[in-house]
Design a protein around this ligand. Sequence first.
Ligand SMILES: CC(C)(COP(=O)(O)OP(=O)(O)OC[C@H]1O[C@@H](n2cnc3c(N)ncnc32)[C@H](O)[C@@H]1OP(=O)(O)O)[C@@H](O)C(=O)NCCC(=O)NCCSC(=O)C[C@H](O)C(=O)O
Ligand SMILES: [Mg+2]
Length: 283
Amino acid sequence: MDASTRPYRSVLYIPGSKERALDKARGLPVDAIIFDLEDAVTPDAKPAARETLKAALDQGGYGEKARIIRINGLDTEWGAEDATLLKDADADAFLLPKVNSAADVQALVDILGDKPVWCMIETPRGVFNALEIAAHPSVAGFVAGTNDLAKELGCRSREDRLPMMFALQQMLLAARAHGVVVVDGVYNQYLDEAGLKAECEQGRDLGFDGKTLIHPAQVDIANAAFAPTEAEIDLARRQIEAHEEIERTGQGVAVVDGKIVENLHVETAKKTLARAEAIARMA
Ligand SMILES: CC(C)(COP(=O)(O)OP(=O)(O)OC[C@H]1O[C@@H](n2cnc3c(N)ncnc32)[C@H](O)[C@@H]1OP(=O)(O)O)[C@@H](O)C(=O)NCCC(=O)NCCSC(=O)C[C@H](O)C(=O)O
Ligand SMILES: [Mg+2]
């Protein structure tokens, strides 16, 4: 699938050690999977998890879903070996936790070669250095690590996420400045549908491409929240048509539903349609 239009509405973490979950994910309607070797796998289970994950990826069956491997940090006893043993696995990208600087990314690139790298932005230094991290040529994605961020900030968990709003917006701006995908953090109360829906809507409003998830019960809510709605698709079509008509006739400014339509709105409208088409191809 074309990297520029690939959807990332739902990005599900799966512990690399859990064979049943690795298998179940093949049939889930997620846009991407993060195969986790870090927080979801206990230290004792990490060596075996690498083998379990490699076997699952060799077996395949994940269809169009983007496959991203989250290794342990390179400052841990497992990180370098995770990267070395899995660098030829059938995956689309590698996700590095707790990235503080572009030098951290380069250390992984030195092991992996030219594979795309995604970065967890979840430390104060990572937030402040987000722009230089996004500028690294191997970086293709950012993931907000809102649990680690809350721990580092010492902030309280609030529905409006006010205490971490600066960090979320900083990573969004950096990602957009360098054309990098950016997905929101997890919602821990995984059976609270209303709470998840509200946080997905907030993430969509902020500009995130999608949300990271921890349980299959969260997938449909994220897919719906981050897909263009029928009304948005209809508006996009009408904006494009109205603007084309103005260009043909050379008359004034296009107006749709009482609002002006200029080139920049047409660009957004075309992106909306491209996203809707890419989502339809995932089905
Ligand atoms: C949260 C869980 C521990 C719950 O597990 P469990 O009680 O087993 O759930 P269920 O019995 O309801 O599971 C029902 C079926 O769904 C499968 N399942 C569960 N979770 C997943 C999953 N993530 N992917 C695929 N499939 C999954 C079960 O196997 C059951 O299947 P079946 O038996 O066939 O019906 C558990 O969901 C879990 O471990 N989730 C992932 C947790 C995780 O990955 N955490 C790390 C990422 S979050 C993070 O690190 C944050 C970040 O770094 C930050 O700082 O913010
Ligand atoms: Mg984390």
